[in-house]
Design a protein around this ligand. Sequence first.
Ligand SMILES: [Zn+2]
Length: 382
Amino acid sequence: MQLLHRGDAGPAVSEIRSILVTLGLLPPNGHAGSTTYDASVEHAVRAFQQQRGLITDGVVGPATYRALTDAKWRLGDRSLAYFVSRPVSGDDVFALQERLLELGYDAGRPDGIFGKQTEHALRSFQREYALNADGICGPATLRSLKQLAPKVRGGRPVYLREQEKVRRAGPRLRGKRIVIDPGHGGNDRGAVVNGVAEADLAWDFARRLEGRMVATGMEALISRGPGSCPPDADRAIFANEAGADLFLSLHVDSNRSPEAQGVATFHFGTGNGTTSNVGEALAGFLQREIVARTGMLDCRTHPKSWEVLRWTKMPAVRLEVGYLSNPRDHARLLDPAFRDTVAEAVLVAVKRLYLLGKDDQPTGTFTFDDLLRYELTRAEGA
Ligand SMILES: [Zn+2]
């Protein structure tokens, strides 16, 4: 598709405007002829991109356009069904998947795409509630879905299964497969401050981490080449096809304010309380280890339904290590010793996830050597 940006006009722009109005990001505009991509549209697009974890450039390209058209659907706006050749996607599908999970039906990890597993869960629901088990979410099915109280409390089946998988995987890192996803790349440099680009830093972090993980016997796969920038959806597909145990996306932040600084980690979750418990636990370990070892500001963990977190079928997190726009963080990021420290902190955080919190090493003290020794002694004992 053609990129849409400030100054453009026409039917595509009116469509975007009306979606932004529906989403409450743009005030309803009474006067006629509001088909231009003006400053207020650009502002609203940026706000939308920020919410969805897209590149915040104020331009509507394919990813932003898809996210906008998905966002306009509310559950009940249309009938939903599984079309093999052209799967339906949208926020209404996401809401349906969440609802099925709440009711105890295994619709898989909610991703907003009506796939085979969504259909299967919907049919089971319809059968149990004596509805026509056609796998179509029409008005009657929708009414029943809305009337019922949630069966599952304190954890949805898909997330309980993630936890069980981690428990069964055992404490050793050897043989575990992780996809390391350096953000941006190629023509997309990410944040750039004083000639330092996020894409290059993310790549450097990925390589440092990869080396350490391979040394422990883990299988570390990198989601992109040094000079390419696949879309987030492709990065998620790469991890799914690799059957990865974990997905770790690496980014560096920037902000208009030079005061903004620190480290934050994002895991899959929505405002309605759907959260990947394993993702949240890993995010927590990452924050603790990095903050303890570097003294960076703790900007905490946050649930997000960004594409890369939503479409990955394994626990996934996105790490934002420092702000290039903050002089102190900037200087640290340029220091290779700092980047080694962060790589070590990440490795130990992953280790802690598999130790299930059962270790006596205080946060920030577990070294790479300790870890290798642990892996070796376990290997001999096994
Ligand atoms: Zn980034």
